[in-house]
Design a protein around this ligand. Structure first.
Ligand code: GRF
Length: 204
């Protein structure tokens, strides 16, 4: 059984896709131990509670400085000790100590085809604004391992999505979510849970 912790910051549609996939059997052999959000008002926390999944908030605002938050966040994750950490719309930098402790066992969904439109400042709607500004005809989403960089870890999977005439950032974001993010992330978790993708440093 793959034990996962899902980290969220906002609407939680990627978390919902994971939970729905577990309910429908598209994800097997997996248990969500907890959902952690940096944002107490994240709708994702409500989605977790509605699904009976333990949900907690660890906000940087509750700590004197980022170092203290990073220490508490890493300590909590080590206590939970999941096989896999899933960043699903999580907007906080992962503490280097957590990357070290869970090397090769943290994955993230990014709403673009890395290496395009990624890195510092490229998150949420900004990604789609930049893609439209550039005039790309194809965008998409990427699931990748998390290292100490920003969106720089080894790529696991990608899915292309066509930009359509007249797309606004909001319309494009929704299409990328529906056609790519909500497909790729559950698929990656199921692949890991069932040995089709090997995690370094730990047999599952
Ligand atoms: C999505 O664009 C996701 O790709 C990005 O954050 C946005 C919100 O995701 N990482 P969610 O609805 O909170 O899962």
């Amino acid at each position: 059984m793959l034990k996962i912790v899902v980290c969220v910051s906002g609407g939680g549609t990627n978390l919902q896709a994971i939970m729905d996939a577990m309910d429908s059997g598209k994800i097997t052999n997996t248990e969500i131990m907890a959902v952690i959000s940096n944002n107490a008002r994240a709708k994702a926390l409500d989605r977790a509670k509605n699904h009976g999944v333990p949900a907690l908030c660890l906000s940087p605002k509750s700590y004197p400085d980022r170092g203290a938050f990073n220490e508490a966040f890493t300590k909590k994750m080590e206590e939970l000790n999941p096989d896999l950490i899933v960043l699903a719309g999580f907007l906080v930098a992962i503490p280097p100590a957590m990357v070290d402790a869970f090397e090769g066992r943290i994955i993230n969904i990014h709403p673009a085809l890395i290496p395009s439109f990624c890195g510092v400042g490229y998150y949420g709607l900004h990604v789609h604004e930049k893609a439209l500004e550039y005039g790309v005809k194809v965008t998409g989403a990427t699931v990748h391992f998390v290292d100490k960089g920003m969106d720089t870890g080894r790529i696991i999977s990608q899915k292309a999505v066509y930009v359509q005439e007249g797309d606004t950032p909001e319309v494009l974001q929704r299409r990328v979510m529906e056609e790519a993010e909500w497909v790729l992330l559950p698929q990656a978790i199921d692949d890991i849970a069932n040995g089709r993708i090997r995690l370094s440093g730990k047999s599952v």
